[in-house]
Write a protein of this length. Structure first.
Length: 131
């Protein structure tokens, strides 16, 4: 397998090393795109679970928690024992952050709508016109 997937091994090693570095968001997005290309071009690659792990890891760095969670799930689905050599336990933290992000967005949206309804109700009642 090492000879058959030598090019993919080299690319994965390069991209995984870059994943652990502090990079600008644009470079992280390029790494994600390259990892996704690697996954699509070589679906029978024997380290495909690691590819999905690093996709999730990079998405987490971009605060794309939903995408990161899905990538971590795919990695575990492909290799359930992955937690023995990669920190897949990040998935729980990512899941919590994803839901907190959703809850925060929903709460701010609801607060905005309520504020708008209150402002419109106040304007429609026109208390300044009462005699």
């Amino acid at each position: 397998l090492g000879k058959q997937f030598q090019e993919q091994d080299k690319k994965l090693k390069e991209l995984s090393m870059q994943s652990y570095r502090q990079l600008p968001d644009e470079e992280i997005e390029i790494n994600i795109a390259e990892l996704k290309t690697l996954a699509l071009e070589s679906p029978d690659y024997y380290k495909i679970a690691q590819v999905y792990f690093f996709i999730g890891y990079n998405q987490e760095k971009l605060t794309n928690y939903g995408g990161a969670y899905k990538s971590f799930q795919e990695a575990i689905k492909l290799k359930p024992a992955m937690g023995f050599f990669l920190p897949i336990s990040r998935m729980d933290t990512v899941f919590e952050k994803w839901w907190m992000q959703k809850i925060s967005t929903t709460a701010w949206g609801t607060a905005g709508i309520l504020l708008l309804v209150i402002a419109l109700s106040f304007y429609m009642s026109r208390p300044w016109n009462c005699i």
